[in-house]
Design a protein around this ligand. Structure first.
Ligand SMILES: [Zn+2]
Length: 286
């Protein structure tokens, strides 16, 4: 089944788990996420960045909707880092059930205004909205970008933002970065900021750039109100490591012969993340 983010994340706080949002940009990754979710009865979020949307094209989502609608496991089809109202409208027209509007680099009042406009459009058709406050760091290895200096989310501002915009989820900056961390870069999550924000707002919080943080930190963040965690780089890394290995070893050219092993490599990462977030088997709650 295909549901809104609001509906998908409803049981997360009460039951103390988070749901993985996996960035996909082709049918192999869709299969990795959907097949792993079905095999383990786990809710999952299929996340598409605007650059990935451009790559796959609008018609691709007919396939994504078909495969998720007929599944017994709940999925949400989500736009990751929408940067404009045009991105949001395009996603809604393609049948997405959740959109992110990222005005985090704008002055605060402009972020509020842009997010309010996205909420007005999306809520009119039952689509959920994720906003962002503060900035996610960058490692230079991800299409999602980010900034070189992280601005942590201000908890009091988060409360004001949620009240004024009516967003369904909020991405917070507590020290994560997009991509795979280079050697020497030591991410450290600010749990006190997360605790403060979670005490002020009741909507689920979102962690971006969760690929390479220590498992223990991620698990702790879930107990503090994080309901959605974005995963992209380490799943894609595992997939392409396996693909490189096969292509270096064999002279094959048939996709149906080459890709099953990379899909399995991606599924192993997805399986591990689902367990870490506590979402494995939770499809029974819907
Ligand atoms: Zn992100």
């Amino acid at each position: 089944m295909l549901v809104s983010m609001k509906e998908l994340l409803k049981p997360t706080r009460e039951h103390g788990f988070a749901i993985g949002a996996f960035n996909v940009a082709d049918s192999c990754f869709i299969r990795a996420v959907v097949e792993e979710a079905e095999a383990t009865n786990t809710p999952a979020i299929i996340s598409i960045h605007p650059s990935e949307h451009d790559f796959v094209g609008d018609a691709f989502f007919g396939y994504v909707r078909e495969i998720t609608l007929r599944s017994r496991v709940p999925f949400t089809l989500h736009l990751d880092h929408g940067a404009s109202i045009e991105h949001v409208q395009r996603a809604i027209q393609c049948g997405f059930t959740s959109v992110m509007i990222d005005g985090s680099l704008l002055p605060y009042e402009e972020n509020v205004a842009l997010t309010c406009e996205a909420v007005r459009l999306a809520h009119a058709v039952g689509v959920s909205v994720e906003g962002e406050l503060g900035t996610i760091g960058q490692t230079g290895t991800s299409v999602e970008g980010g900034v070189s200096k992280v601005t942590y989310t201000d908890p009091a501002q988060a409360e004001d933002f949620v009240t004024r915009t009516g967003v369904d989820t909020l991405a917070v900056a507590i020290g994560t970065a997009h991509g795979i961390y280079p050697k020497g870069m030591q991410p450290e999550l600010q749990m006190n900021i997360l605790r403060d924000i979670a005490g002020r707002v009741s909507i689920p919080l979102v962690l971006h750039g969760g690929s390479a943080n220590p498992d223990a930190e991620i698990a702790e963040s879930v107990t503090l109100g994080v309901g959605k965690i974005n995963i992209s780089s380490d799943m894609k890394y595992a997939y392409f490591q396996k693909a490189r290995e096969i292509l270096a070893r064999e002279s094959w050219w048939d996709p149906n012969v080459i890709y099953p092993e990379p899909i399995n490599a991606a599924r192993e990462v997805i399986r591990h993340k689902m367990k870490l977030f506590g979402s494995t088997g939770k499809a029974s709650l819907y």
